[in-house]
Write a protein that binds this ligand. Structure first.
Ligand SMILES: Nc1ncnc2c1ncn2[C@@H]1O[C@H](COP(=O)(O)OP(=O)(O)OP(=O)(O)O)[C@@H](O)[C@H]1O
Ligand SMILES: [Mg+2]
Length: 317
């Protein structure tokens, strides 16, 4: 691997990968600011996947943007630091100088896989052009050949079909597109990846493939830790080493996944877990009534998204 892209970094002796402290974010920046993240602190150890869960609007994406140093107006990070690789980075974005100061860390120290990213790629763009554009955005000196060589190397490492690079985005299924975006966002070996709802729009088998790929990427030290954001607690409880539960801009509880799932201390965590994992008696009754009695099996879940013929051609795992 060339010096340009760096080599995966050996684990820190203390085992700590990153510590974010005192993050406060507002939307507005004027007198009527809305506080979306209110004094949040989180830690990740080397090789760890931290699941960030909480209901819609609680501030997960806002926190992810602050950590990935991609907050732009009307979002302002009023305060917060990120300790990583022996550096203490001031996360605040109160001036253009702050935004420029963050440039060297963006995509390299912390990379973001944005919520809904796969729907925002132009359908007429070939994946290879996306690779080139993303790499050049971080370093204009990177040639197209260098960017593509790195992408081929990475796809091979992850047992993904290299010829996807020649496809147009619209030729790929949602699952393949999301896996490609994940590979592209991590070409620079970020220390930390923030994956914002990466599985939410995917069918079950595509979710599994993405989750397996992320685990393999951490194992291969392509990145050293992941903040995995989702509403989907069943997915999170399978993939995460630790969970952080967010409500109204604050982390209300965090701890090892098993401990939180089996013995949540906070009422909000219990409500969140039960609302996902165990529908209320009333809901079950309503379902039975609608289906015409209690003897019928549950309706089939949504049919799996069929693989597109052209994706079969490029191959899936
Ligand atoms: N551009 C914006 N301007 C003003 N308020 C915003 C903006 N974006 C988000 N907010 C508000 O900030 C709060 C946190 O939003 P955020 O998108 O971080 O939540 P979330 O937990 O990621 O939600 P979801 O699960 O739906 O993705 C919400 O109340 C939201 O309405
Ligand atoms: Mg969000």
């Amino acid at each position: 691997m060339s010096a340009l892209h760096g080599t995966p970094i050996a684990p820190d002796e203390t085992g700590l990968l990153a510590r974010a402290s005192g993050i406060r974010c507002v939307y507005g920046g004027g007198e009527k600011d809305f506080t979306a993240v209110d004094d949040v602190s989180v830690e990740l150890r080397e090789g760890e996947i931290l699941g960030l869960a909480g209901e819609s609007g609680c501030g997960k994406t806002t926190l992810g943007n602050a950590l990935a140093m991609i907050a732009t107006p009307p979002l302002y990070v009023l305060s917060g630091t990120l300790e990583i690789d022996g550096e203490q980075i001031d996360l605040s974005t109160l001036s253009m100088a702050d935004v420029k100061r963050h440039r060297p860390y963006r995509g390299r120290t912390v990379a973001m896989l944005p919520q809904g990213a796969m729907n925002s790629i132009s359908p007429t763009l070939r994946i290879r052009s996306l690779v080139r554009d993303v790499m050049r955005a971080h370093d204009p000196r990177v040639s197209t050949d260098e960017a593509l060589d790195l992408a081929r190397e990475r796809l091979t490492m992850l047992d993904m079909p290299v010829r996807v690079l020649d496809s147009y985005a619209h030729q790929l299924s949602g699952g393949m597109k999301q896996r490609m975006i994940t590979v592209i966002s991590t070409l620079q070996n970020p220390r930390l990846l923030i994956a914002d709802e990466p599985t939410s729009a995917l069918d079950v088998s595509s979710q599994r493939m993405l989750v397996e790929m992320l685990l393999e990427m951490v194992e291969q030290r392509i990145m050293s830790g992941v903040v995995f954001v989702t509403h989907d607690l069943p997915v999170l409880s399978q993939i995460s080493d630790r969970l952080a539960i967010m409500n109204s801009g604050q982390i209300v509880e965090s701890g090892p996944t098993r401990q939180l799932v089996e013995d949540a201390q906070h009422d909000y965590t219990r409500t969140l877990l039960s609302s996902v994992l165990d529908p209320s008696r009333e809901t079950r009754e309503r379902g039975r009534t609608r289906r015409g009695g209690g003897a019928h099996p549950a309706p089939e879940s949504a049919p799996e998204q069929a693989a597109r013929p052209d994706e079969k051609e490029v191959g899936t795992r």
